[in-house]
Design a protein around this ligand. Sequence first.
Ligand code: ADP
Length: 174
Amino acid sequence: MTALRIECIQGDITQQPDVDAVVNAANGLLMPGGGVAGAIHRVAGPGLARECQPLAPIQPGQAVITGAHNLPNRHVIHCLGPVYGQDEPSAQLLADCFRQALRLADNQGLASVAFPAISTGVFGYPVREAAAVALAAVRESSASLRSVRLVRFVLFSDEDRQQFQRALEEGGVD
Ligand code: ADP
């Protein structure tokens, strides 16, 4: 069995043409909004919101999968992260997002998934803590993945990339 490769890059989640699925830091109604959701819906086009509508609402920690429409990927996986200090237990709900997204990708036979830093924007999760939760959740999932071989974290700022890179290195070499 090939090991899961995990990488952390600075970039835009809507511009990852070499991955099968990108993850949306969605809102509960799966509507276009600000941040990641705004960018994803803008590039995907209005067909994505139409496909999302019957799947909404979703709860914190939950993930659903759709087509990618005009994005250069096969699927979008929409996760609702916890609002920090409000949706509790925050760490468990955030970990659930990563676990559920990977399970959905694996069930579809996908090989690669790109995640943004879910909950660290308007939902207020401190990046350092979110990075530790995200990396631990991905590592924990890796044993049960059959098709997913690459997980890429795409961070908007170099500072955030460094936090995720640190969390990756602290957990051991991949
Ligand atoms: P949430 O509502 O889950 O907090 P946001 O979309 O507000 O999600 O932000 C999550 C993180 O994604 C933030 O760190 C933000 O800077 C970053 N971000 C915003 N737009 C993009 C993008 N196009 N690609 C990658 N990361 C992005």
